[in-house]
Design a protein. Structure first.
Length: 143
């Protein structure tokens, strides 16, 4: 079991994930996806992306998640987008929930942005850039 710097374990993150997913399902969230991003970032372990059918539905989904998570004893770090409601982000640190209208979700395509397979491409391109930088420094020193 891996422990975060704040002392919480991944099993705690998993419990948070389950409560948030249940809340979204009960409130009739659509196309609910879970992204395990723990290998891609230190910011959070899981991202949940769900679609609502209207701005009001998005607000209902966010409220249900907040209510259920608070009921269990977890406090949220922040909520963004409540005024606009097209994209509401609910941040519980280890679990971040994105609730979007379908067209907004399609436009931003977070699933592709946080695709675990992309991390390998990024690491490869970073290595290539680092190799090129080292060669340039050697060329300058020898030139």
């Amino acid at each position: 079991m891996t422990t975060h710097s704040n002392g919480e374990s991944f099993s705690e993150s998993r419990k948070m994930l389950e409560v948030a997913l249940n809340a979204l399902e009960e409130a009739k969230g659509e196309d609910i996806r879970v992204l395990n991003v723990s290998n891609l970032t230190d910011v959070t372990d899981y991202m949940i992306i769900a679609s609502g059918t209207s701005d009001r539905h998005n607000k209902t989904l966010a409220n249900r998640v907040l209510e259920d998570m608070h009921e269990v004893g977890w406090a949220h770090l922040g909520v963004e987008g409540e005024a606009v409601k097209e994209w509401i982000l609910v941040d519980f640190v280890d679990v971040v929930i994105h609730i979007m209208r379908a067209q907004t979700r399609k436009h931003y395509d977070l699933e592709s942005l946080w695709d675990e397979n992309l991390s390998h491409v990024l690491k490869s391109s970073e290595s290539i850039e680092a190799d090129e930088a080292v060669r340039a420094i050697h060329a300058l020193r020898s030139g």
